[in-house]
Write a protein that binds this ligand. Structure first.
Ligand SMILES: Cc1ncc(COP(=O)(O)O)c(C=O)c1O
Length: 449
């Protein structure tokens, strides 16, 4: 890891090798990092501070941070207007008794989401994405009276037992239950019995597979849940017509359609991927970018489905649900995104294009075939000579994953943090200088690859 000097104002008394010291201290009282998926790179980096799209670790190493906490940090680090709104809310009112009391902020934020997101007739707040996903399952089961849910290969919906990992049944004619195998990076011991069998798991972007599955199993399926653009599976976009056909099939079979917009929401456009792609689901889940870095998730959807909360047929609770600081963070985020009719998106998209083009050119110059794909605000780089991948399975079969892992390690040495899964999260704080620096650093990594 290179030890670049800090900016002048903080250049004195940088302790050397604090990272090693902290790793040793952590090992005495902790068993691992706070997320211990097998794909995490070693060793850990202890971050100390950040500004814009850059962060510095405890040893003074600077990184261009293209992980931004795996998505939440759409304002980058240290954004003045955002932080002021959050600080002021801490001082004004930090918490309420969730359930018994409310704040005006939560009504305002729900109004904003309903204004911008096509599917959002009603809104409810949670703390984490994983938790919001489970709320959707309960709601959908209650609404339809059906026990199972349908999910898709390569899509991620959190760490809980019924959605974590699992692979597609290799026999396409078998009942498409997810297969729990310890070859999966998301395999976990200790899973609740039967949890993996709550869902059927089929290939995404394959309308024939969806049609056959709903034909046979539709009467048992409450909800089909998918990322409308599959960031977690390699930045795969839906094939033309796929989401529209999925929408029609779900309606025909009485299955609710849920878009997990935890990555796409507010990052792609103010109305999420559903607005970008013109397909409206019954239910939507938000998280990550919704509050610019403060923990917040939300579910939104059809009022007749959400009526199950109003009539108390479905129970949901949570000490921190809609806590005022998260509401203020969400509101200031919406207001900044709305400004000048969303001009901020156009600016970021132009910088992202420049970054993607620069990376691809640098790869060619270094003799590597590289392609990028994804969405506004988040793309994946794959070592492959291909126009597009449509599924995570195609990525696994045709992209050079060992090379991507080496590239990721070299990027880190050159001062770039990539998100897991070869992903680049682009914040609204990104500058031309950041892009140029990123391309220069990535070029060095590509030359060394
Ligand atoms: C699409 C998607 N759904 C759900 C989750 C789970 O959210 P959380 O990590 O907040 O529990 C994630 C997290 O990465 C995600 O990317």
């Amino acid at each position: 890891m290179t030890n670049r000097p800090r900016p002048a104002e903080a250049s004195t008394a940088v302790p050397s090798n604090r990272t090693a010291e902290l790793i040793a201290r952590a090992a005495r009282v902790m068993t691992s990092r706070q997320s211990n998926v097998r794909a995490l790179p070693e060793p850990s980096i202890f971050m100390e501070r950040g500004q814009g799209q850059r962060t510095w670790d405890v040893d003074g190493n600077e990184f261009l941070d293209f992980a931004i906490a795996m998505g939440p940090g759409i304002w980058g680090h240290g954004h003045r207007e955002y932080l002021d709104a959050v600080y002021q809310q801490f001082e004004r009112l930090m918490f309420v008794q969730s359930g018994a009391c409310q704040s005006e902020l939560e009504v305002e934020l729900a109004e904003k989401i309903a204004e911008h997101v096509p599917s959002a007739e009603r809104v409810r707040f949670h703390l984490s994405g994983s938790e919001a996903v489970q709320m959707v399952f309960r709601l959908a089961r209650a609404y339809t009276g059906r026990p199972l849910f349908l999910r898709f290969g390569g899509h991620y919906h959190g760490w809980l037992d019924n959605v974590l990992g699992g692979s597609l049944n290799p026999d396409p004619n078998a009942i498409p239950f997810a297969v729990d195998t310890d070859k999966d990076i998301f395999f976990t011991a200790g899973r609740a019995t039967g949890a993996i069998a709550e869902s059927l798991m089929i290939p995404w972007n394959d309308i024939g597979a969806l049609e056959r599955t709903l034909q046979i199993h539709g009467p048992k399926i409450s909800v089909a849940i998918m990322e409308p653009i599959n960031s977690n599976g390699g930045g795969c976009r839906p094939k033309p017509g796929y989401l529209e056909a999925a929408r029609d099939l779900c309606r025909k079979h009485g299955v609710l359609l849920c878009f997990d917009e935890i990555i796409t929401g507010f990052r792609t456009t103010l109305g999420g991927a559903q607005q970008l792609l013109g397909v409206t689901p019954d239910l939507t889940i938000f998280g990550k970018a919704i509050a610019g870095g403060v923990p917040l998730a939300a579910i939104a959807g059809r009022s007749d489905v959400f009526d199950l909360f109003r009539t108390n047929r479905v129970v949901g609770a949570g000490t921190f649900n809609a806590f005022p600081v998260a509401m203020a963070a969400g509101l200031v985020t919406m207001r900044m995104l709305e400004r000048d009719q969303g001009a901020i998106y156009a600016r970021r998209n132009a910088l992202q294009t420049r970054l993607e083009d620069g990376l691809k050119k640098a790869a060619i110059n270094a003799g590597h075939a590289m392609m990028t794909q994804g969405m506004p605000g988040n793309f994946c780089s794959h070592f492959a000579d291909k126009e597009a991948f449509w599924t995570s399975g195609e990525v696994a079969a045709a992209a050079d994953l060992p090379k991507a892992i080496r590239f990721r390690a070299l990027l880190r040495e050159e001062g770039i943090l990539q998100g897991l899964g070869n992903r680049w999260f682009v914040s609204f704080a990104l500058t031309e200088q950041d892009v140029d620096d990123a391309i220069a650093r990535a070029s060095k990594a590509l030359q060394r690859l």
